[in-house]
Design a protein around this ligand. Structure first.
Ligand code: SF4
Length: 245
């Protein structure tokens, strides 16, 4: 397969890179203020409990990751994409899809399980940048929520409601997620302007397709149907995991 990563200054990824940088500065500033007011953020180096969540990205973001990874990681990413596809094809609903993704598809292949670090920290997608926890990692781990009884779930929600920065229901920090909205907008606009279409979907699936010269050639000439056919020919098309709009 030919690697098809565009140049670093290409009009699709450059606006996303700039939006990543802006987000980083704004998120750092917000966190400093939050901590100064007594807020706690439990995310940090070596913590990876959320790295087994499904991740939705734009193709613009996936190109950035595809450009960063080496051949061995590309193979692992494709295997992960195929496991996610298998799950999507058989899951009875979203809840089962997410649960099985976390349990069976498992941790992102870009995670270094030895030290808990993201091996592609600079090229990680938006969702990995804007997810922050106001509770200890135990609450982010797969199975914690499912193991709670009704009383523990009520206590959890009461504690979340008392914790500034959450949405009042879950323990993630809502303003840091909202701050990333311009990254999504930048990706949408740059794809639309350059290709006349947008491509969204599963992180590992799109990272695989971003390195497929045939797929990218069709995307770049605005041929959504042709791009879908290329993905389909490789067994990588699924309406929930690949959306060409
Ligand atoms: S890209 Fe990095 S931060 Fe995101 S899920 Fe994978 S290992 Fe975790």
């Amino acid at each position: 397969m030919t690697r098809a990563a565009p140049a670093p200054t290409d009009p699709v990824t450059a606006p996303v890179q700039r939006a990543y940088d802006r987000y980083g500065r704004q998120a750092d500033k917000w966190q400093a203020g939050y901590r100064a007011r007594g807020g706690k953020i439990f995310c940090g180096a070596g913590c990876f409990q959320c790295c087994n969540m499904p991740i939705r990205v734009s193709l613009a973001e996936a190109i950035i990751t595809a450009r960063a990874i080496d051949g061995a990681q590309a193979v692992a990413v494709e295997a992960h994409a195929r496991a996610a596809l298998k799950n999507a094809r058989t899951a009875r609903d979203d809840a089962q899809y997410v649960q099985r993704h976390r349990q069976e598809v498992g941790f992102c292949p870009l995670l270094d399980r030895e030290n808990g670090a993201c091996t592609q920290y600079e090229a990680r997608p938006t969702r990995c940048r804007d997810t922050f926890s106001a509770f200890p990692a135990h609450y982010c781990a797969e199975g914690t929520w499912e193991a709670m009884n009704a009383r523990e779930k009520r206590e959890y929600h009461r504690e979340v409601a008392r914790t500034p920065g959450t949405d009042g229901e879950w323990h993630f920090i809502a303003p840091l997620e909202h701050l990333s909205e311009p990254v999504w907008v930048a990706a949408s606009k740059s794809m639309r302007a350059a290709w006349g279409l947008e491509v969204w979907g599963d992180f590992w699936l799109l990272t695989t397709l971003a390195a497929d010269a045939g797929f990218m050639a069709r995307v770049q000439r605005g041929d959504g149907r042709g791009a879908w056919q290329v993905a389909s020919g490789r067994g990588l098309a699924h309406r929930e995991l690949l959306q060409i709009e």
